[in-house]
Design a protein around this ligand. Structure first.
Ligand SMILES: *[C@@H]1O[C@H](CO)[C@@H](O)[C@H](O)[C@H]1NC(C)=O
Length: 371
């Protein structure tokens, strides 16, 4: 008898293997309790993280950059239903159910430029999903916000399948979702939580890494998010804003990358309680990104903005406070966030005194109130 399987049987066998793996995953105990107590948020956490890309035909001409792919052993997954945009996913490899974080890249940047930041966050027990939104964009962000909403909606359709093919015992906890964005991506996620576009899944926390709402005072880009009135955004969910002090400095003849009047200070002061604000005065707007950003946009990221002495401290610090904030807002453990607020000198770079509007208890309680 010939035991070699022919085409359709091979496919069926593959599908069965995936189904069995997924079924097993559902019964796995979560490692989350161990993860929450990770002693050092500013370094990679206790879990090994995997980075991989998911293909989407929706963005024609896009290829995830080869150098990043080989460095992180990525492979392009194909799914029965494409996500609305190509994705870079960072996920723990240890069995468990983990909260999900949408990550929006900055203006004209690539999702792969943030691989070190995303890897750091994932190693503390979060699944981070970073879409590539476009290859080039204009100033109006309305469509980008709508696409970001459709990526969140896709989580309930395809995220489980995508994880299953790559990290089979890992489950997305779709009751615990946060959105996070850098620069214009920060504006995009604020668009999601202020109702410019709504998502079918509930978002329980929002993070802006140096969010930017335009090119200067009186020059907010469409749709304007900031109202320039204290605590006017009525977000009803915890907010974390980080800022890089050098972001408001221009470079050569170029305008500042994060101009005063439309940047992190303004997002923080417009945010409702509870909100947290960390500022690193000696680092720059692009210092959240990888040390190695291949391609023209990567070159721009080093050239157009005023940078700090090196990116690593800013990346470790920001990934760390994001982890602390997500532990408090999504997992109701405020240990690390309280420490980060009370002891800024433990961070791997110089920080201004952190600001808190409302209380840490409000941050942990807000989630219970919303279930
Ligand atoms: C989103 O939901 C809010 C609150 O229900 C609503 O006010 C807003 O109009 C919605 N936005 C859109 C684009 O439908």
């Amino acid at each position: 008898m010939n035991v070699r399987l022919s085409g359709p049987w091979t496919l069926l066998a593959t599908l069965l293997t995936i189904m069995v793996a997924c079924t097993r995953a559902v019964h796995h105990q979560t490692d989350t309790d161990a993860v929450r107590l990770a002693p050092d948020i500013y370094n990679e956490g206790p879990l090994k993280a995997d980075l991989f890309t998911v293909y989407s035909a929706a963005l024609k001409g896009h290829r995830h950059h080869r150098m990043t792919l080989s460095k992180f052993r990525c492979s392009e997954l194909k799914l029965p239903q494409d996500p609305p945009r190509p994705l870079l996913i960072a996920a723990p490899t240890s069995p468990g159910e983990y909260p999900v974080v949408l990550f929006q890249h900055g203006f004209t940047m690539r999702n792969t430029y943030y691989s070190q930041l995303l890897n750091h966050i994932a190693s503390h027990g979060f699944i981070v999903v970073a879409p590539q939104m476009y290859l080039w964009a204009g100033s109006d962000a309305t469509a980008e916000i709508a696409t970001a909403a459709s990526v969140v909606d896709w989580f309930s359709v395809g995220l489980r399948d995508a994880l299953c093919q790559r990290v089979p015992a890992v489950e997305p906890d779709l009751k615990r979702i946060a959105v996070m964005g850098h620069s214009r991506g920060g504006k995009v996620v604020f668009g999601l939580v202020t109702g410019v576009s709504n998502t079918s899944l509930k978002i329980s926390a929002v993070v802006g890494l140096d969010p930017v709402d335009g090119t200067g005072v009186g020059h907010q880009t469409i749709p304007a998010i900031l109202k320039n009135s204290p605590h006017s955004l009525n977000l009803k969910i915890p907010t974390l804003i980080t800022g890089a002090g050098l972001g408001s400095d221009g470079r050569f003849l170029f305008p500042a990358c994060a101009p005063k009047g439309v940047s992190h200070d303004n997002f923080y002061s417009d945010s409702s309680a509870p909100a947290v604000h960390f500022v690193a005065p000696e680092h720059g707007h692009m210092d959240y990104m990888d040390d190695d950003c291949p391609g023209v946009q990567g070159w721009m990221s080093f050239c157009l903005c005023t940078n700090g002495p090196s990116r690593e401290p800013m990346r470790k610090f920001s990934a760390g406070v994001v982890v602390a904030f997500l532990q408090a807002s999504l997992l109701q453990d405020s240990t690390q966030l309280s420490k980060a607020l009370s002891n800024p000198s433990a961070a791997p770079l110089k920080l201004d005194t952190p600001e808190l509007y409302g209380s840490v208890v409000d941050i942990t309680n807000s989630f219970k109130a919303s279930v």
